[in-house]
Write a protein that binds this ligand. Structure first.
Ligand code: FAD
Length: 551
């Protein structure tokens, strides 16, 4: 009799680090009747070629929680599941070129301390003590995370797979899912080896998540907003000074992230590994003449080191030892990007009992935490941490292919960029405009994007500094301050009208629908407003309440 499973509580599509971690966590929570389908060998997608860097640092609470949890879990995983693996906890330095970068580090260090992490702010002199080969003369300072390090991504995946199997979960390798059919509240997942009936299904198909997402469209799903980028790192030959330092100290050098120049540099064996996030980045599989292959298992894109030239030269000035070694091997692999560069973890928008865990740009470090979050979503319907930042439902229908591409290029090129609270990023704009948009801009509206909608953040007057550079500050004050004060005073002492587009409006038509406004007066008579009557049968039906930029 075939041992192919025909039923399961959960079927996970995709055997990368994220899918396997989800299976492992479900099994640890007692849901062992679960199946993972992998079309090739485990880790055949983005996972096998990842550099395996594992920081705690994240500018966002949800992501830091996931990464912190992953690192805690990885430190004991080998023993927990009895699967030895390479995990080097080397510590890492983040370099700051500016005062603003130091402020970002202070902010993240505060958040980290609140999560129980010991992250230190360093002077350039202190950094030199950690990393003697580093040029520090032009630095403002840095950040030290003692628990940063690097792990072997394939071994990590295999370790979690062993843990899941030992608990009774089922992994089917070389078994592509080929489609899904809704079956009452559950699903039938089709494979080349047969069908599996299940209660829940998870799309963890990595850079193929868009394709798998298409299968859910007949059941309420949407086009998955993601783009596949190419990301490279290269390994140098051995560097004698590094070999000597390692021998003398009995450990590896810490990792360096020069975030203002946009690359990481870490020791790999006795050489170096340089991985830039270049501004002149490249997306793949978006045009007809570059179609996404049916299968890309264990494959890479051709080397494209020219794109990295500026970064290599910059890194050679920062750590001159880098210039003394030849390039041994280059890795150029596919990496999925959601428009904001954060993963999608949670319920599939519009589809019952289906979940998503994909579009990871840092899936190795986030994989452990993501598996915990997914398992909580599925088994309990809630997560321990607030995960809105990575919830797939944060995107709605404005995320067309051009938007996804524009944002992916912007986000990748600024992977280490600072996310100042007042800064509005320029790519992917004007997706949804209110009926008053032209008027608002005419009177100086400085626009921000909110779930695709353009909304005025403040109103500038002639001569005000409206440049992006003016918003690159952590301070509350800026050119907007005086105008916001004027506006607040105007509303306090007189009357104001606010166009808050982006909230729900309903255009109702048909018999009984009418515009029947009533006028109300505040006690002091200072403001008047027109509102629809409470009578549910008669509704507010404004003419052309909004328009999409695309018509
Ligand atoms: C050069 C490079 C370096 C990187 N370095 C780092 C790093 O240092 N640290 C870090 O955290 N991240 C790094 N990443 C990112 C990391 O590799 C990914 O975020 C991570 O591997 C994503 O894991 P995943 O499980 O979501 O996807 P994947 O590993 O792509 O797994 C998805 C799996 O789904 C399978 N699949 C697809 N369709 C089907 C189907 N129909 N049926 C069954 N199976 C299917 C695929 O075969 C694949 O194995 C790097 C990426 C690149 C390209």
């Amino acid at each position: 009799m075939s041992d192919f499973p025909t039923t399961a509580r959960v079927v996970i599509i995709g055997g990368g680090v994220v899918g396997v971690s989800t299976l492992y966590h479900l099994a640890k929570m007692g849901w062992t009747d679960c199946v993972l389908l992998e079309k090739n060998e485990l880790s055949a997608g983005s996972t096998w070629h990842a550099a395996g860097n594992c920081p705690n640092f994240a500018p966002n609470w949800a992501v830091m929680n996931m990464q912190r949890y992953s690192l805690e879990m990885y430190r004991t995983l080998a023993d927990d599941v009895d699967y030895p693996m390479n995990y080097h906890v080397t510590g890492a330095l983040r370099l700051a070129h500016t005062k603003e970068r130091m402020q970002e580090f202070e902010r993240v260090a505060g958040m980290a301390r609140y999560q129980g992490l010991e992250i230190d702010i360093l002077t350039p002199e202190q950094m030199k003590e950690y990393y003697p080969f580093l040029e520090t003369h032009d630095l403002a300072g840095g950040l030290w995370d003692p628990l940063d390090g690097d792990i072997d991504p394939a071994q990590l995946t295999q370790a979690m797979a062993k843990g899941a199997r030992d608990l009774g979960a089922n992994i089917q390798r070389f078994c592509p899912a080929t489609g899904v059919t809704q079956d009452g509240d559950g699903w039938i997942v089709h494979t080349e080896k047969g069908d599996i009936a299940c209660d829940y299904v998870v799309n963890a198909a990595g850079y193929y998540a868009g394709r798998v997402g298409e299968w859910f469209k007949p059941f309420g799903g949407r086009t998955v907003p993601m783009t596949v980028m190419s990301h490279q790192y290269f390994l140098t030959d051995e560097i004698p000074e590094i070999a000597e330092w390692t021998k003398e100290h009995g450990k590896k050098l810490p990792m360096i992230r020069d975030v203002d120049s946009s690359y990481y540099l870490r020791q790999d064996k006795n050489g170096l590994n340089l991985g830039p996030y270049e501004r002149n980045c490249k997306a793949h599989w978006i045009t007809k003449d570059d179609p996404m292959p049916e299968d890309f298992s264990f494959q890479l894109f051709p080397d494209d080191l020219e794109r990295l030239e500026w970064y290599i030269e910059d890194a050679m000035e920062r750590v001159p030892l880098l210039g003394t070694a030849g390039v041994g091997r280059n890795i150029n692999g596919p990496i999925p990007y959601a428009p904001d560069g954060l993963p999608m973890i949670g319920p599939m928008p519009g589809v019952k009992n289906a979940f998503e865990a994909h579009s990871f740009t840092f899936g190795i470090v986030q994989g452990g935490g993501a598996g915990k979050v997914m398992a909580e979503w599925i088994t309990e319907g809630v997560t321990e941490w607030d995960m809105w930042a990575v919830d797939p439902r944060r995107y709605t229908d404005y995320t067309d292919a051009q938007y996804c591409l524009d944002k992916a290029l912007e986000t990748y090129g600024h992977e280490y960029g600072m996310h100042f609270p007042w800064k509005e990023w320029p790519a992917g704009r004007d997706k949804k405009l209110s009926a008053c948009d032209a008027k608002i801009r005419e009177v100086g509206g400085q626009m921000g994007a909110y779930n695709g909608w353009e909304r005025a953040n403040w109103f500038a007057k002639e001569g005000d500094d409206t440049s992006i550079e003016a918003t690159e500050t952590w301070n509350r004050t800026g050119p907007w301050e005086v105008r916001v004060k004027e506006e607040v005073e105007a509303v306090r002492d007189g009357v104001g009208v606010l166009d808050l587009c982006g909230f729900s409006r309903f255009a109702l038509s048909g018999e009984g629908a009418a515009l029947r406004g009533v006028t109300t007066h505040t006690p002091r008579g200072a403001r008047t407003a027109t509102r629809a009557p409470a009578d549910a049968s008669a509704h507010w039906a404004p003419e052309r309440p909004w328009r999409s930029h695309r018509g």
